[in-house]
Design a protein around this ligand. Structure first.
Ligand SMILES: [Zn+2]
Length: 369
């Protein structure tokens, strides 16, 4: 059986504009309703930096300008989700760590857009605080809760040796940022997942190289499922529509980041036409793909997996609360799984998968001894 882990990045648009009810609370509530209706499980990847910023003393103006308490409502939603059998794990966009509300909008700290823009001790402390924030918000109201998993903002895990060491030092056990084939080297984003061990299987990451499998007890990488495609082959009305809605956000971000950071290292410049036929990873994303595309990726991974041994296999799906229509798209995919892939895929949470994988490791060590 393949363990479908439906994750959603729970956050405001990246420049801090937007509305907590419209971009986070309501869509997350719709996703939970859909999952409850079908017996599926949702794993919320809560971007904790923004909620910590909203609670800081100097930023009280943000809360005072609203007729509701965004932090209280978010925490209530996390608790209810965990009580219903869903999961909440950690996501972080570091530009929120020193964010300030100026009375009209958020001034984000673009000098720290990547976690590793902080020095090592600071990065560990930030992760510890963020993990503690989730645990203090959720654990007292539920029987058993632990924050063990992390997804880096904008998938920025560079440099991997420092990144993995920071996760371990902060007490995190697992990461879900990698998607095989992913590569970026700009002022905004730096990662290189072209040599990742698998496009869907989990692995214990080598301490120096997040892409490599090791026999050690390092961070368990649970990658976002992705298959190679060409941009040409990825053209769909849905994708163009969603790309347009993100374009403005990205452009604003890039401007702000370039103002605040040193000039970017030069990325690989490619000929525009050639770019359309190069291979790029297509993530299993319920917000960006059509049902047909999601079916094709799922089928392909089920075929790849056939004949594999006892090792628990994840199928990590991604989506974003801020994207319109997310719940409807997810429901279509869940329907598909129930009707076409019922014998091959089961629903589960991120935490359940980590526990299952650890049990498997203990057992296989026992039998191979
Ligand atoms: Zn995010």
């Amino acid at each position: 059986m393949i363990n479908l882990i439906i994750t959603v990045d729970y956050e405001l648009p990246a420049d801090g504009r937007g509305d907590v009810r419209r971009h986070i609370l309501q869509p997350a509530s719709d996703l939970l309703t859909v999952c409850n209706r079908h017996g599926a499980r949702l794993t919320i990847l809560a971007e904790v930096g923004e909620f910590m910023a909203m609670e800081r003393d100097g930023n009280q103006g943000f809360r005072n300008a609203l007729d509701y308490d965004p932090v209280a409502l978010a925490k209530h939603q996390w608790i209810e989700a965990v009580r219903q059998g869903h999961d909440v794990q950690l996501h972080l966009h570091p530009q929120w760590i020193h964010a300030q509300w100026n009375g009209r909008h958020w001034d984000l700290d673009y000098a720290h857009y990547q976690l590793m823009d902080f020095d090592q001790n600071q990065a560990v402390e930030i992760l510890r605080q963020a993990k503690g924030y989730l645990e203090e918000s959720i654990a007292p109201a539920t029987s058993r809760y632990e924050c063990i998993g992390f997804r880096a903002g904008h998938w920025n895990t560079h440099p991997p040796d420092r990144y993995l060491a920071a996760l371990l030092a902060a007490g995190l056990q697992s990461d879900t940022s990698v998607f095989k084939g992913g590569y970026a080297n700009t002022s905004m984003v730096t990662f290189d997942y072209r040599e990742a061990y698998s496009h869907y299987r989990a692995w214990r990451a080598d301490r120096r190289d997040i892409n490599r499998r090791s026999a050690g007890r390092g961070i368990l990488e649970v990658p976002i499922a992705a298959v190679p495609a060409t941009l040409w082959g990825m053209l769909s009305f849905k994708r163009v529509w969603s790309a347009l809605s993100y374009l403005q956000e990205d452009r604003l971000n890039r401007q702000k980041i370039q103002e605040r950071r040193n000039p970017a290292p030069n990325g690989v410049k490619t000929n525009r036409l050639k770019k359309w036929f190069q291979t790029v990873p297509k993530k299993l994303d319920f917000c960006k793909l059509t049902v047909r595309e999601m079916r094709a990726i799922t089928r392909r991974i089920i075929q790849d997996h056939a004949g594999d041994g006892e090792e628990p296999v994840p199928l990590v799906m991604i989506g974003h609360s801020k994207q319109a229509g997310a719940a409807r798209a997810l429901e279509k995919y869940i329907d598909l799984v129930k009707h076409e892939f019922a014998g091959a895929i089961r629903f589960g949470t991120y935490s359940e998968f980590i526990r299952t994988y650890e049990q498997f490791e203990v057992h296989s060590a026992h039998y191979t001894r």
